[in-house]
Design a protein around this ligand. Structure first.
Ligand code: GLU
Ligand code: MG
Length: 466
């Protein structure tokens, strides 16, 4: 699929040329071409505006070595990643070209990574996601999804003796109106920037942890949702810098307390009908909606190697912290990994969805969305069914009570998640040999990096990276 032939290249160049006058009028000087590596770090190259047509046709060179990068910029010697040899081409998706409202003079377009021969790079997460979306479409299915973004705002100077320490820039309480008053100008600028970028924000609110805030956005097609996750984070970082604030999206900013989640909402659709609603199953699930959800729940241990990809992720993923540490599902249960959301009566057909809570923002959103589609599809192929829903915090049950209710604890360490991922044939098949191996190799690289590091040390080393 997706061979870049001369005709496609010419079309892309013409599209870019057509965009130039408006971009010039808008004062755009440079175009950022971001993509996300296996560790979940967004990497970027940029071109001056005049080079956009050539970048659209021929891409921009970038080494494949970044597939093997860790969060500290060291490089893993992976089975299929980490070599300094070769080159890839970054091809901007012009349909998503956006003026960065928080970075005047800059436009932004997420990229697909291609080989020099014009075929998708086998380790390109955005290309993988596009392929899985197309495969589901062949079966008449579409998915709509969204990422919730939680972050903390910090004093940029940290502490006098430790500039990298986390000092919350806000003191108001969780969900507090006083905290909103503290960020009034900042939040207004953020909402204004996101609106100017065409992001459909659903909600903004002060979250639970010290200095924590959250933005949620409306559902989109899976690639659009992952692009939006990138754009929203980028915009938050830029607007925060304009207000003299430092931000962290890290799963666990400090070893104590509640972390930053990156919950993923998903619904499955056929012929314009939401399959999470209107059926005969529990809470109105259709058989296909249930099978897709059963796939997500059943593959969660392996999915965590993609969706909770950092050593720090497992400091966050603990019981009774709203992070979804148990493989269970339930109606509006914020302690179940899979929270079923019907939406209000009268609006269920458009709003019913499942929220996977166990994921965080260290995840590469393209890779994670792709893994979710693969897990859901495996559930559909197996005709999966769900166990009984859980209506309590699983941590409030005894171990035996949990066993009787069919509730399993999820992996408690990154190594456990990696083992589950290695054994997950549905994810292995969807990712392909190279990318599957690279996820394993990069995760093991991070595990080795933090082998002798205390939880506080892990938080510190991860805090300002994502
Ligand atoms: N901050 C929590 C987490 O780590 C989530 C809070 C919520 O339920 O939104 O996922
Ligand atoms: Mg939240």
């Amino acid at each position: 699929m997706d061979q870049l032939d001369q005709h496609t290249r010419d079309e892309r160049r013409a599209t870019a040329e057509g965009l130039l006058p408006d971009l010039e009028d808008a004062g755009v000087v440079g175009v950022a071409l971001p993509w996300v590596d296996t560790s979940g770090i967004t990497r970027v190259k940029t071109v001056p505006l005049a080079k956009l047509p050539s970048a659209a046709a021929w891409g921009v060179g970038m080494s494949p070595v970044f597939d093997g990068f860790l969060l500290d910029d060291s490089i893993v010697a992976g089975r299929f990643a980490g070599s300094a040899i070769g080159d890839l081409r970054l091809h901007p998706d012009l349909s998503r070209l956006t003026l960065l409202a928080g970075q005047p003079g800059w436009a932004w377009a997420p990229v697909d990574r291609y080989t020099q021969a014009g075929t998708p790079h086998v380790q390109c997460s955005r290309s993988l996601l596009r392929r899985l979306v197309a495969e589901l479409a062949d079966d008449g299915l579409t998915v709509r999804g969204a990422f919730e973004i939680e972050w903390v705002v910090a004093d940029p100077d940290g502490l006098p003796e430790d500039p990298d320490a986390f000092v919350p820039a806000l003191s108001g309480p969780a969900y507090g109106m006083t905290r909103l008053a503290e960020v009034s100008d900042y939040a207004r600028d953020l909402l204004e920037a996101l609106a100017a970028e065409g992001v459909r924000v659903d909600q903004f609110h002060p979250e639970y942890a010290g200095g924590q805030l959250e933005v949620s956005v409306g559902p989109e097609d899976p690639v659009g949702a992952a692009d939006t996750a990138l754009l929203v984070r980028n915009t938050i970082t830029a607007v925060s810098a304009q207000h003299g604030l430092r931000v962290s999206f890290s799963p666990k900013v400090t070893a104590d307390g509640v972390g930053n989640g990156g919950h993923v909402h998903l619904s499955l659709w056929r012929d314009g009908e939401n399959l999470m609603s209107g059926g005969d199953g529990t809470f109105g699930l259709t058989a296909e909606g249930e099978a897709f959800t059963a796939g997500l729940l059943g593959h969660l241990p392996g999915l965590l190697a993609v969706g909770a990809p950092s050593v720090a992720s497992y400091l966050r993923l603990v019981p009774s912290h709203w992070a979804g540490a148990f493989a269970a599902w339930g109606l509006e249960n914020r302690e179940a990994a899979v929270r079923f959301v019907t939406g209000p009566d009268g609006n269920r057909q458009s709003s019913a969805n499942v929220e996977v809570k166990s994921f965080d923002l260290a995840a590469n959103p393209y890779l994670l969305m792709a893994a979710c589609l693969a897990a859901g599809r495996a559930g559909l192929r197996a005709g999966g069914t769900l166990p009984d829903p859980i209506g309590v915090d699983p941590a409030s049950l005894s171990e035996e009570g949990r066993r009787e209710a069919g509730i399993h604890p999820l992996p408690a360490t990154l190594e456990e998640a990696v083992r589950a991922f290695e054994a997950d044939t549905a994810l292995a098949e969807a990712f392909g040999e190279e990318l599957h191996a690279t996820v394993v190799d990069v995760r093991r690289g991070e595990i080795a990096l933090f082998e002798n590091t205390s939880p506080e040390g892990v938080c510190r080393a991860t805090r300002w990276k994502h």
